[in-house]
Structure formats: structure tokens, C-alpha cells
Design a protein around this ligand. Structure first.
Ligand code: F6R
Length: 591
């Protein structure tokens, strides 16, 4: 949610910021803006709209200066408008701030500042920061001292960058519970929510701990702790393979990410068997195991729950991360908490994990982004290794999460190597399922494009794929969709089935086939249009999405892929942008 970027160095700064904003757009795309320091002037340009629109409308490329900051916004406090776009400034227009996160006590701070005569021009929580800094600077503090002095007054989570005419030539950054990473290339310094934003210039990075402050100046860089004491840092190398953000020949990142799933799955052989066996033992020994996650990651966890039970004979519960806190009382040192998150920065997941860690639980995280907030909080980390996922809708990360749960379950019965071999073979099935269905899915999307509702049903281990298929459709096509266990349909939802209502039935030829099909027949009797996702054809399907015959525990992995592609094509035929669905952002760093 919101991407921030700063650059200080020898190059013209704004072109660097513009390129970075394009990379960061996945974090929010309802407004954008930049602030640049040049010849005693603070130039701020910002507006509502996608990054490209703001760049063109305000001719950002022409802004001078070697020190600048920028922002892409996903609105939380205050509507989508030019005034609410970042950077935000103080009363005199001498300070500029970009921020990602939530200032929880912003109302109190705003009242105090207003009482002291400050005038606010936006509805955002962020704007209190430049006004607080203004007071500190007026008292003769440097910008670094000002940031250090206001940080304890701010409650909530933040990553922020500030620059000021009163202390020119430098950018000050700090963070608490939100990501911020520094890039260094000789005397060129970059700072951003995501290293992707500057990975084209440098692979040398330095992290920032919570409450640390970094000063990027034209002559050098330094870090201090919350008390202002210098902190020594070593640069480390960025994994460039992770930082690629090119669409290649594809029209959208989502399509590219769907299509590269066979390839990313084949990287499963790189996982460390010894670590999986150790983690599997911890899971087996734990008194209770709770998996926490949101959205698509939670659906992967639901498949994992079946795998743990079926293979490892270990029951675990899956708790939606936003609800996890309400169960915190039962978490203790005999609990293993598995946190699943592509981004590693989803606020609900991070908060739950912090609470569980404080209660003594062992934290295992399954993440994609290296060096995320979640990885720092975890005792053990399993990486998905699927490369950067840019489209807001998760696709390849979901497939890899399923693969990780599969490996964990088989590690519980000492069969890691066999599981790796089976998953490696599955890469060919993923390619096949895409080849078999591509043209049929395009036709089907034309047929379904005007539908207002769709229902997805499945049973057992495949049930979560129904929910995931429905989530993909609703988030990128804005079609109401529900996924549910097929047996649950007649307890209410069946009332919504009308002639022509699409019902996607995930019924591989496994232990769930007969009963799922019989539930599908119940909907067909009410006129539903049946889309069967199966390796076995049936007279009751109006459309058949054919999947290959695989081991019954692997059906979720081959069934989800055509459902991702179906959602993609429906979004295209409805004129929606699948990479940037309305109201959503890739990283949800607010609660
Ligand atoms: C849906 C989607 C979201 C995320 C959810 C959790 O396609 O991408 O539902 O799965 O916001 O995000 P992570 O996995 O980053 O914690």
C-alpha cells in the first residue's frame, strides 16, 4: 500500500524517481507525486490518477534537481484527490514528506498542531508529519534531529522520507513496521519501499531496522538509532533474479505470471530437504499448529491443512490473519504458527505473528519477498523462490505456496525427495493444462462476460480452489463470485441459482468426484450453466475445462491454473485492467 522512493546523488533525480514510481505502482495507483529540491526551491507536483497520467499531465520529466522523493498512493485517510496525494508539505512549503502506513494518533496530533496555528490542506493522516517537522526546524534543529525528535510522537506504522529547504541536499528516512531499503552505487543513494524500484541502478543494499534513521546526503550516507547514535552497516547484495519486473512479450504481468508457473515450479528442486525435515518435526511435536494468512495465501493454507491431515496425520487450524488476534489467548510456547504471505508485509499477518512470538510461539513463515518484515520476525523462513510477482492478483505465488505445503506434509513422513520428484513432474502437467484450454477459455470468457454472478464448488482438498477461483474472478473482473464446499450449497446458496447462472464445478476423478458431480446436478436442475474442471468429461457439463490426471493430492495445483486464466480472459473481455484492479493493492500494509 503506497510506494515511496527517494534519490540523492549526481544524476538528475526526477527521471530516477519516475522510473521507480512505474516499478512501485503495484503498491498503489490512485495518485502519484514528486518533490524535488533545486536552487533554493522545493518543487512539488502531484495529482490523482495512475502514475503515467500524472507524469504526463505535470510534465514531471522536466523537473530539475539532484535530490527528490516520490510516492504512489493507495488511499486510506482521505479520498482520491490532488490535495490528498503525496508529497505533503508544511505551512510554509519548506518541507516535503512521503509516507507509507497509518498514523493512528493523527487526529490528536492534528488538533494540537491546529491549536498552535498550523493550517492543513489535506484530509490525510500523513500531513501531520511535515507540520511536526516544521516546528522542530523552526527551533533550529537539523532535519535529522527533527525526524528523531518527532518519531516517538507518532503512533502507528510508517515508512517515511522527508526533505527540506532548511536543510537542503539530503533526504531523511525512517520506518516502523513498514519496509524501507537503501541502495548504494558509489555516491548515488536510493531509498524505497522495495528494492525493485532501484534495482536497475544498483545491487548493493542496506536494510533499516524499526526506528532507525538514515541520512542520504550528496557527500555520503549514515544511519543512527532512535537515540541518534551512529549505527554501522554492511551493504549486501540484492538478488537480481528476484528483482526483474519486465512484462516481456505479454500484455499484462498477470498473464506472464500465469504462463511462467511451470518454470517456477521446476525451481522446487532448490529447496533444502534438511530444513524441511527439521520444520516438519517441529510441526509434528507441537501441541497445536495454527496457520495464519489472508486472501489467496489463506486458500493455500486451507489446502495445506488437508495435506497435513491426510499425509502427516497432523491437524492444524487455519485462522484468517485479521481474526488471529481474537484467538491469541490460546497461543503459547507449545504452539507453532505458520504465517503465509507472498509479500511478507501484510499488516494483519505481521501483527498476529508479533503477538504469537511474544506469547512464546515458534514462528515459521512461508514468503516470497526476501528480507521482508515477516522474515525478520520468524524463527524459520521458507522462500517460495518464484521471483517478483507484480500483478495484484496472486497466481504463481499461490502455486508455489501449495508446493511448499506439499513438501512440508511429505517431510512429516520422511518423503521430501519423493515429493520433490512428483512436483518436478507436475511442471509438464501445468504446461499441458494451459495448452489444452487456452482457446476454449477465451471462448468461454466471451460467453460469460455479461454474467453478474458465478459460483464455484468443490469438495475436500479441492474446496479451497473453488474459493481461490472465485476470488480471482471477483477481484479482477468485478463479477460477484462465491466459492464454497459443494455440500454446503443446499444450505442456502442454492436459492440464488437461476437459469444461466454459471457454476464452476471442480471435480477431478478422485475421491470427491461422485458427490461433487451430484451437487452440480442439483444446480443444473435449476438451470445453472455448468463449467466442469476435471480430467473426466461428463454429459452434465455445458463447458469442460480439461485437466490432466495426476496424483489425487496434486489436483489443486492443476485445477487452479485454468481458473486463473479464465478470470484473466473475463477481465479482458469486460475491459478491466487485470494488473491494477480498482480499490486494491498488492501489499496490504494497513489493518
Ligand atoms: C488475491 C491476493 C490477495 C493476497 C492477500 C495476502 O489475488 O493477491 O488476496 O493474497 O492480500 O497477501 P500476502 O500473501 O502478500 O500476505
Amino acid at each position: 500500500m503506497c510506494g515511496i522512493i527517494g534519490y540523492c546523488g549526481r544524476k538528475p533525480a526526477v527521471p530516477v524517481i519516475i522510473e521507480a514510481l512505474r516499478c512501485l505502482e503495484y503498491r498503489g495507483y490512485d495518485s502519484a507525486g514528486v518533490a524535488s529540491l533545486c536552487d533554493g526551491e522545493l518543487l512539488i507536483r502531484k495529482d490523482a490518477g495512475k502514475v503515467e497520467e500524472v507524469i504526463q499531465k505535470h510534465e514531471l520529466a522536466g523537473l530539475p534537481g539532484n535530490v527528490a522523493i516520490g510516492h504512489t498512493r493507495w488511499a486510506t485517510h482521505g479520498g482520491v484527490s490532488q490535495l490528498n496525494a503525496h508529497p505533503h508539505s508544511d505551512c510554509g512549503g519548506r518541507v516535503a514528506v512521503v509516507h507509507n502506513g497509518i498514523i493512528e494518533n493523527n487526529q490528536e496530533l492534528r488538533q494540537e498542531l491546529t491549536a498552535r496555528g498550523h493550517r492543513f490542506s489535506s484530509e490525510t493522516d500523513t500531513e501531520v508529519i511535515p507540520h511536526l517537522l516544521e516546528d522542530e526546524l523552526k527551533n533550529g534543529r537539523s532535519l535529522e534531529q527533527a525526524v528523531l525528535s518527532i518519531a516517538p510522537k507518532i503512533e502507528g506504522s510508517y515508512a517515511l522520507l522527508a526533505l527540506s529547504l532548511d536543510d537542503p541536499g539530503r533526504i531523511i528516512g525512517t520506518r516502523k513496521n513498514n519496509p524501507l531499503i537503501v541502495g548504494i552505487d558509489d555516491h548515488d543513494y536510493y531509498i524505497s519501499s522495495d528494492a525493485l524500484a532501484f534495482s536497475q541502478y544498483t545491487g548493493q543494499v542496506m536494510g533499516l531496522e524499526d526506528n532507525e534513521v538514515v541520512v542520504l546526503a550528496q557527500g555520503g550516507i549514515h544511519f543512527v538509532d532512535a537515540r541518534g547514535n551512529r549505527v554501522a552497516k554492511q551493504a549486501r547484495k540484492l538478488d537480481h533474479s528476484w528483482a526483474v519486473s519486465d512484462k516481456g512479450a505479454y500484455q499484462h504481468f498477470m498473464l506472464k505470471e500465469i504462463m511462467e508457473q511451470a518454470q517456477v515450479l521446476s525451481r522446487i528442486v532448490e529447496q533444502d530437504g534438511k530444513m524441511f525435515t527439521e520444520i516438519a518435526l517441529d510441526i509434528l511435536r507441537a501441541r497445536q499448529v495454527i496457520v495464519t494468512a489472508c486472501g489467496t495465501s489463506r486458500y493455500a493454507a486451507l489446502v495445506g491443512r488437508y495435506l497435513f491431515s491426510r499425509v502427516g496425520k497432523k491437524f492444524c487450524d487455519v485462522v484468517m490473519a485479521s481474526e488471529f488476534g481474537y484467538f491469541a489467548d490460546s497461543v503459547d510456547k507449545n504452539t507453532v504458527v505458520i504465517a503465509v504471505s507472498q509479500s511478507g508485509e501484510t499488516a494483519d499477518v505481521v501483527e498476529g505473528v508479533k503477538a504469537a512470538r511474544e506469547a512464546g510461539a515458534q514462528i515459521i513463515s512461508i514468503v516470497n519477498r526476501p528480507n521482508s518484515i515477516l522474515t525478520d520476525l520468524s524463527h524459520r523462513v521458507i522462500y517460495l523462490n518464484c521471483g517478483s510477482e507484480i500483478a495484484v492478483a496472486a497466481t504463481k505465488s499461490f502455486l508455489c505456496q501449495l508446493a511448499i505445503f506439499y513438501l512440508l506434509a511429505f517431510s512429516m513422513v520422511n518423503s521430501f525427495d519423493a515429493a520433490v520428484a512428483r512436483l518436478s513432474d507436475l511442471a509438464g502437467d501445468i504446461t499441458r493444462v494451459l495448452d489444452w484450454n487456452k482457446s476454449e477459455l477465451i471462448k468461454l470468457s466471451d460467453r460469460l462476460q455479461d454474467k453478474t454472478d458465478a459460483y464455484y464448488i468443490a469438495r475436500g482438498i479441492n474446496f479451497a480452489i473453488a474459493s481461490e477461483g472465485a476470488l480471482k474472478l471477483k477481484e479482477i473482473s468485478y463479477v460477484h463470485a462465491e466459492g464454497m464446499p459443494a455440500g454446503e450449497l443446499k444450505h442456502g446458496t442454492l436459492a440464488l441459482i437461476e437459469p444461466g447462472t454459471p457454476v464452476v464445478v471442480i471435480c477431478p476423478a478422485d475421491y470427491t468426484f461422485a458427490e461433487t458431480l451430484s451437487n452440480a446436478i442439483e444446480t443444473r436442475s435449476r438451470g445453472a450453466y455448468i463449467i466442469g474442471v476435471s480430467d473426466r468429461d461428463s454429459d452434465i457439463y455445458d463447458s469442460w475445462i480439461r485437466i490432466p490426471e495426476v496424483d489425487e493430492l496434486l489436483y489443486p495445483m492443476v485445477a487452479v491454473v485454468p481458473l486463473q486464466l479464465l478470470a484473466y480472459y473475463i477481465a479482458i473481455s469486460r475491459g478491466c485492467d487485470p494488473d491494477k484492479p480498482r480499490n486494491l493493492a498488492k501489499s496490504v500494509t494497513v489493518k
